[in-house]
Write a protein that binds this ligand. Structure first.
Ligand code: ATP
Ligand code: MG
Length: 194
C-alpha cells in the first residue's frame, strides 16, 4: 500500500487549534496515514518569524505529542534560507520514497499558490488540498486543488501573539502544552519584532 502523507507547512509562530483541526479533518476525509507539520525557516511572502525555528518546532512537537496521526519535520529548518515548498517536497520525497503527498493549504495561502516557486512542477509533486479559513474565499482560485470542509476557526498565530502581548489568555486557542511552552520561554511578550 502506498503511504499517504499530508503536509502542513507554515510559520507555526505558534501552532494553534486552527492548524490542528484542519489537519485532523483532512487526515480523516482523505484517509491519510500521517500528517507532517513542517515549520518554515523563512517564508518569502511573509515577515520574519518572531520565535526561533527551534522554538517553533518544539511547540509543534509539544502540540502533537499525544497524537499518533501527526509528526513534525525539520526539513525546512535544516535546509535553511528561504523556504520554498518545491524544496520541501523534494526533501520529503527523498525521506519517504514512494509516498503520495497531500499538501494542505488554508484559503489565504492557496490564493497565492500560482506565485510560488516552480509552480508548474510543484503541482505535479503533490495533491493540493484547500481548506476554508474564516475571512478568506475559496472561490475563483486558479490553482488545481481538492477541497476539504474543516471546522471554521477564526484563530491565527498573529492573533495568538497579540493576545500574549496584551496579557489576554491563549488557553483553548492553542494546546495546553503550547500555552505552557510560550509561558516558560516568555515568548511573544515584546514589541512587533523582538
Ligand atoms: P500568521 O498569523 O503568523 O500568518 P497563521 O495563523 O496564518 O499565522 P501559518 O503558519 O501562516 O498560520 O499557516 C500555515 C497554514 O495553515 C496555512 O496554509 C494557513 O492557511 C493554514 N491555517 C492557519 N490558520 C488556519 C485556520 N484557522 N483555519 C484553516 N487553515 C489555517
Ligand atoms: Mg498566515
Amino acid at each position: 500500500m502506498v503511504t499517504r502523507l499530508g503536509i502542513l507547512g507554515g510559520t507555526f509562530d505558534p501552532v494553534h487549534i486552527g492548524h490542528l483541526a484542519a489537519a485532523s479533518q483532512v487526515h480523516h476525509d482523505l484517509g491519510l496515514d500521517r500528517v507532517l507539520l513542517v515549520p518554515a525557516n523563512a517564508q518569502p511572502l511573509k515577515p520574519a518569524p518572531i520565535a526561533s525555528g527551534s522554538d517553533r518546532l518544539a511547540m509543534c512537537h509539544a502540540a502533537i505529542a499525544n497524537d499518533p496521526r501527526f509528526e513534525t519535520s525539520d526539513v525546512d529548518l535544516v535546509r535553511g534560507g528561504a523556504t520554498y515548498s518545491v524544496d520541501t517536497l523534494g526533501d520529503l520525497r527523498k525521506a519517504h520514497p514512494g509516498a503520495e503527498f497531500f499538501f494542505i493549504t488554508g484559503a489565504d495561502s492557496l490564493a497565492t499558490l500560482p506565485q510560488w516557486k516552480n509552480y508548474e512542477i510543484l503541482v505535479t509533486l503533490a495533491t493540493f488540498v484547500g481548506v476554508q479559513r474564516p475571512g478568506h474565499s475559496l472561490e475563483q482560485l486558479d490553482a488545481p486543488h481538492v477541497l476539504v470542509d474543516v471546522p471554521a476557526l477564526a484563530v491565527s498565530s498573529t492573533n495568538v501573539r497579540d493576545r500574549v502581548r496584551a496579557g489576554a489568555p491563549i488557553r483553548y486557542l492553542v494546546p495546553d502544552a503550547v500555552a505552557q511552552y510560550v509561558e516558560d520561554h516568555q515568548l511573544y511578550l515584546g514589541g512587533l519584532h523582538e
